[in-house]
Design a binder for this molecule. Structure first.
Ligand code: COA
Length: 264
């Protein structure tokens, strides 16, 4: 459970892209446990079926639609189906993303394009479709899952950092344009999270392990930490917060010198 009352999203409908696995799945489950009816959308039908079954066994209401967020027609289909089944859409979590660690010279032209297409264009596609089909009528929330790379250079992640910087910028622009419609738009930037594909891929290159972390808090985060931050942004506790990127990374993104002083 979380700090929040378990009914704070009662009556709300939430679409979580990439909601069948990893951090997206934890976000979807958490929103469901707080009352939201769920639609999860991602590329692999078997993952969607498995996650949806799991959610339903926990008493959550969940539909799923296969979707590649790079394809505008598929994205529009997901939004249409969600509105048809649940009668509306109040919350969009743009979580779907691709990633692989590679140096700049090791990324092919198409590899760079794939990441920008999934992370940045995908976020734009679903946002546009959801806004036009439903959110602009009655307001709502958009939360983008990004990365804590703003303002820094990141080895082995040039493609991801470029795409996610675009997502951060899009978050702010959407907040400005959609604010008058009663839509708050924010982003959450996860650091190293235990039990994720990202962690599995990056532990070898970043030196972080499930057992410990070089971040100021000294331990690896959990997927629930990200879901909690999303829940906060959706709650009335964040009623006056929009256009913000909140890093949930144990302080790693602000730790320039990585010096640790002995404790008194
Ligand atoms: N290193 C270097 N290049 C890679 C790569 C890697 N590990 N993985 C993919 N690429 C390149 C491919 O070679 C291809 O480029 P090419 O046509 O020049 O060879 C391009 O990226 C597209 O990859 P492909 O696998 O054909 O398809 P895709 O666009 O559907 O998927 C990913 C790309 C990154 C999403 C895919 O590799 C993937 O599914 N990753 C796991 C999911 C994930 O990343 N989750 C988030 C964890 S933080």
């Amino acid at each position: 459970m979380t700090t929040f009352c378990n009914d704070i999203l009662n009556g709300k409908v939430a679409l979580v892209t990439g909601g069948a696995t990893g951090i997206g799945k934890e976000i979807a489950r958490t929103l469901g446990r707080h009352g939201a009816r769920l639609c999860i959308a991602s590329r692999k039908q078997e993952n969607l079926e498995a996650a949806s079954k799991e959610f339903e066994s926990e008493g959550l209401e969940c539909m799923w639609v296969p979707c590649d967020v790079r394809e505008a027609d598929q994205v529009e289909h997901v939004v249409r189906e969600t509105v048809r089944r649940f009668g509306g859409l109040d919350i969009l979590v743009n979580n779907a993303a691709g990633n692989f660690p590679a140096p700049i010279t090791g990324i092919s032209y198409n590899g760079f394009k794939s990441i920008v297409d999934i992370d940045l264009r995908g976020t734009y596609n679903v946002t546009k479709a959801a806004f036009e089909a439903t959110l602009k009528e009655h307001g709502g929330h958009i939360v983008n899952i990004t990365a804590p790379f703003e303002g820094v250079g990141v080895a082995m992640q040039a493609h991801v950092a470029a795409a996610k910087s675009g997502v951060d910028s899009l978050t702010r622009s959407c907040a400005v344009e959609f604010g008058p419609y009663g839509i708050r738009v924010n982003a959450v930037a996860p650091g190293a999270m235990a039990d994720t594909e990202g962690m599995a891929r990056f532990s070898s290159v970043a030196g972080e392990t499930e057992g410990g972390s070089s971040c100021p808090l000294g331990y690896i985060g959990a997927k629930q930490d990200i879901a909690n931050a999303v829940l906060f942004l959706l709650s009335d506790a964040a009623a006056y917060v929009t256009g913000q990127v909140i890093a949930v990374d144990g302080g790693v993104s602000v730790d320039m010198l990585k010096l640790r002083l002995p404790k008194d």
